[in-house]
Design a protein around this ligand. Structure first.
Ligand SMILES: C[S@@+](CC[C@H](N)C(=O)[O-])C[C@H]1O[C@@H](n2cnc3c(N)ncnc32)[C@H](O)[C@@H]1O
Length: 267
């Protein structure tokens, strides 16, 4: 990943604030949260780590909605701006009886160091941000030590559209990096990795949302600049993004919400 000086002055928090103004993901993912709650998948969880959680908006909504027994929350996020908002959100939203800690570090560093064990680890929209080989080492460590036997790893990541058409995001990335982008590979790779270290998929559900792509701003272009294989000016990113988006007002993204279990027998 590489980006120029202008793009690098845009924090991940700026990018997420801009992106989250363009859609209402909590509204779109709520039927999945309802389903997870009615199936009682995580209702007994007492400890949870939310990893790569940004300001924690979606993760705290999930915890509030689906984990009534929560006693301990650990939030792991390396972006300093996001951590400021995260701390404020935790203070505002988390019930006072829940003990919380914020770790301002990358997931792989936190996981390698921690001696804590969690009932549930949540990773929403972050798996693809963690470069290999760190990603595999992280999943190994989550399985071996960080998640308790019979505990769960919850992952949300992009997938292909149900109608088979390519997402705008992938078309932009292809135009920027001149290599193929296949939407379905994001979740498929995460699932394959989780299963290869020993987790078993126990719940998968697709959801989608519509992103408003009008009034594009620097933070929106900054998102794509971060993903460029070569250093690319924000102006170049903007030109390519505008060419791909054209006159469109909305673009559709689809995701899989996946829950993976560590077998009870594994100690
Ligand atoms: C697309 S954002 C998603 C944020 C949040 N989970 C959400 O759904 O709104 C990706 C987040 O992962 C964080 N991140 C990037 N690399 C990371 C790493 N190695 N370990 C932990 N978090 C990371 C970024 O700082 C950013 O907050």
């Amino acid at each position: 990943m590489a980006f120029d000086r202008m793009a690098s002055s845009i924090s991940y928090n700026d990018i997420m604030v801009s992106l989250r103004r363009r859609f209402d993901e909590i509204n779109d993912v709520l039927p999945v949260f309802d389903d997870v709650r009615s199936k009682r998948l995580v209702d007994g969880a007492r400890s949870c780590a939310i990893v790569g959680c940004g300001s924690g908006e979606m993760e705290l909504a999930f915890v509030e909605h689906c984990m009534p027994a929560i006693e301990t929350l650990c939030a792991v996020e390396p972006d300093a701006d996001s951590v400021v908002d995260l701390r404020a959100r935790i203070a505002r939203q988390l019930p006072p009886n829940v003990r919380s800690a914020v770790v301002a570090d990358a997931a792989q560093i936190w996981a390698a160091d921690t001696d804590r064990v969690f009932d549930v680890v949540v990773m929403f929209h972050v798996v693809s941000d963690i470069p290999e080989p760190d990603r595999r080492a992280l999943f190994d460590r989550l399985f071996d030590a960080v998640i308790r036997p019979d505990g769960l790893l919850v992952i949300v990541t992009r997938t292909g559209r149900r109608d088979g058409t390519q997402s705008t995001e992938s078309r932009i990335m292809e135009a920027l990096n001149r290599r193929p982008y296949v939407d379905s590979k994001w979740y498929e790779e995460a699932r394959r990795l989780a299963e290869s270290v020993g987790f078993t998929a126990c719940y998968e559900r697709r959801y989608g949302l519509n992103v408003n792509v009008e009034n594009l701003d620097a933070a929106y272009f900054g998102f794509y600049a971060r993903e460029c294989d070569q250093p690319t000016s924000l102006e170049t990113v903007e030109r390519i993004v505008r060419e791909v988006i054209g006159d469109a007002k909305w673009s559709r993204k689809e995701f899989v919400f996946g829950v993976f279990r560590k077998p009870a027998a594994h100690s």
